[in-house]
Ligand binder design. Structure first.
Ligand SMILES: *[C@@H]1O[C@H](CO)[C@@H](O)[C@H](O)[C@H]1NC(C)=O
Ligand SMILES: *[C@@H]1O[C@H](CO)[C@@H](O)[C@H](O)[C@H]1NC(C)=O
Ligand SMILES: *[C@@H]1O[C@H](CO)[C@@H](O)[C@H](O)[C@H]1NC(C)=O
Ligand SMILES: *[C@@H]1O[C@H](CO)[C@@H](O)[C@H](O)[C@H]1NC(C)=O
Ligand SMILES: *[C@@H]1O[C@H](CO)[C@@H](O)[C@H](O)[C@H]1NC(C)=O
Ligand SMILES: [Cu+2]
Length: 220
């Protein structure tokens, strides 16, 4: 029993030790009719720096050109089929929901994944170009899979609600847990409350080492 719980702690710690070092991720969206967008996510001392640019968001798409396009981090990865509808809801580990619109002046009203709600819609020029731009968002983290991190997620662009392009957020060094590893799936957040394991996952670094040592000692 003791061994089991220490082993579990060590496993959690190991996951955190691996995730603690992630600093760079990127999503490259491309759809069948010429929309192409790049988003990069770089961890800095100030928070997550998001850089982006896009082409092809022209009048073919701009149902509401004056409003531009919404985009979000969605909880689930894009399946092999490329179906953006399969990416689930916005990343929302604090369960803010969408009943009230996101007020960028009061971030507690915004879902973590609602990037356009917090930072504004992307507004293309008449020829469909989004010039390179960036901002820093400290709500975005590369922490453990159950903590609302952006590991294993996707980026989706909408046109007046309709999902027009999506891509996985590929994080350097991160390999998504296999489908069989149930319970630690990145899709665990969404609009649901964070899983009860999320507190444990926040025990990072030192716990990993002490847990490993404890297991090694017990195993002797
Ligand atoms: C994380 O970074 C530290 C310091 O650079 C390094 O020693 C460690 O091996 C890295 N861990 C992983 C899992 O890459
Ligand atoms: C919109 O972009 C697509 C893809 O680049 C292009 O084929 C089309 O001609 C463009 N339409 C306009 C009105 O610029
Ligand atoms: C758009 O972003 C990608 C990825 O960061 C970059 O390689 C590319 O040069 C950027 N395009 C422009 C026009 O800046
Ligand atoms: C921010 O939004 C929350 C949730 O709706 C609300 O309780 C709080 O009063 C708001 N704060 C400000 C300063 O408006
Ligand atoms: C935008 O979406 C809303 C809600 O679905 C819909 O009522 C409206 O007609 C759409 N606007 C356009 C210009 O298609
Ligand atoms: Cu979305």
């Amino acid at each position: 029993m003791l061994f089991k719980s220490i082993a579990a702690l060590a496993a959690v710690g190991l996951v955190s030790a691996q995730t603690a070092n992630y600093t760079h991720g990127a999503a490259h969206l491309k759809n069948a009719v010429g929309v192409e967008a790049f988003f990069t996510f770089d961890l800095t001392a100030e928070g997550m720096k998001v850089d982006y640019n896009a082409t092809g968001l022209n009048t073919t798409y701009a149902i509401l050109p004056q409003v531009g396009f919404e985009y979000h981090i969605h909880v689930d990865a894009v399946p092999a089929s490329g179906d953006c509808m399969a990416t689930g809801l916005h990343l929302d580990p604090l369960n803010v929901g969408t009943a009230k619109p996101c007020d960028p002046k009061n971030l507690t009203t915004c879902q973590v994944g609602d990037l356009s709600g917090k930072h504004g819609n992307i507004l293309p020029t008449a020829d469909g170009v989004i010039a390179p731009n960036s901002y820093t968002d400290s709500a975005l983290v590369y922490a453990g899979p159950a903590s609302g991190s952006i590991l294993g997620r996707s980026v989706v662009i909408h046109n007046n609600g309709t999902r027009i392009a999506c891509a996985n957020l590929i994080v350097d060094g991160y390999v998504a847990p296999s489908a069989s590893a149930s319970g630690s799936s990145p899709s665990a957040t969404g609009s649901n409350p964070p899983k009860s394991t999320s507190g444990a996952v926040k025990l990072v670094g030192s716990v990993a080492l002490s847990g490993v040592i404890a297991v090694m000692m017990l195993a002797l």
